[in-house]
Design a protein around this ligand. Structure first.
Ligand code: G3P
Length: 216
């Protein structure tokens, strides 16, 4: 399973990289808006910092606009994946970009049929937003399960990138189901390493070791 980090913050990306924990990065306009620097310099720096895929999102609403933006975005690095919204014009753009060998990540996916259409259009990734579905009392992980089943049934190469992750349980479920990628905010990523029994166990070991060295 690949871990992408869902951020446009370079410090977070560098720290996650130091732990050897990041296979790629996903950004979106909201994440870009949280940063102070110009989005172009952020995009360029993130692409240079990360070896794996970096998703950069278009904001045009017609296929022509999206394709034009995509061509500008891929200039930021050879690892750029163009994030396209799951709307009919987006599918047209994905088809055209896919035919040109440009990688795409179809975002804002909330139903299995949206994912199927994106895969048929040639998407490299689809991004089901699990946390936002849970937030309206639907089942985000059931969506991931349905998409994986459909893709496996028909042998689609499109990867399932689980997005809008809110907590470690989402990631455990995604891994159990065999989802290809999860994208996680930095704080969620770091929470995976923590367990109260690890902390309590370490405290006991250190206290007991003091008794050992106290005898010397
Ligand atoms: O990058 C897309 C996705 O992960 C957004 O998540 O937290 O805004 O629902 P969120």
């Amino acid at each position: 399973m690949e871990f992408f980090i869902d951020t446009a913050n370079l410090d977070e990306i560098r720290e996650a990289k130091a732990y050897g924990l990041i296979d790629g990065v996903t950004t979106n306009p909201t994440l870009m808006a949280r940063e102070k620097d110009d989005w172009r310099s952020i995009a360029k720096a993130v692409c240079a910092e990360v070896d794996g895929p970096v998703s950069l999102e278009v904001v045009g609403l017609t296929a022509e606009e999206m394709v034009a933006e995509a061509k500008a975005l891929v200039a930021f690095g050879s690892n750029v994946v163009v994030k396209i919204p799951m709307i009919p014009e987006g599918l047209k753009a994905v088809r055209s970009l896919s035919d040109e060998g440009i990688h795409t990540n179809v975002t804002l996916v909330f139903s299995p049929l949206q994912a199927l259409l994106a895969a048929k259009a040639g998407a490299t990734y689809v991004s089901p937003f699990v946390g936002r579905l849970d937030g309206i009392a639907q089942d985000g992980m059931q969506l991931v399960h349905d998409i994986l089943t459909i893709f496996n049934n028909y042998g689609f190469a499109t990867k399932v990138l689980v997005a809008s992750v809110r907590h470690p349980r989402h990631v455990v479920d995604a891994a159990t189901m065999g989802a290809h990628v999860v994208t996680v905010p930095f704080n969620v990523l770091m929470s995976f390493a923590k367990h109260p029994l690890t902390d309590a166990g370490l405290e006991t070991f250190l206290a007991d070791w003091k008794k050992v060295t106290g005898k010397e």
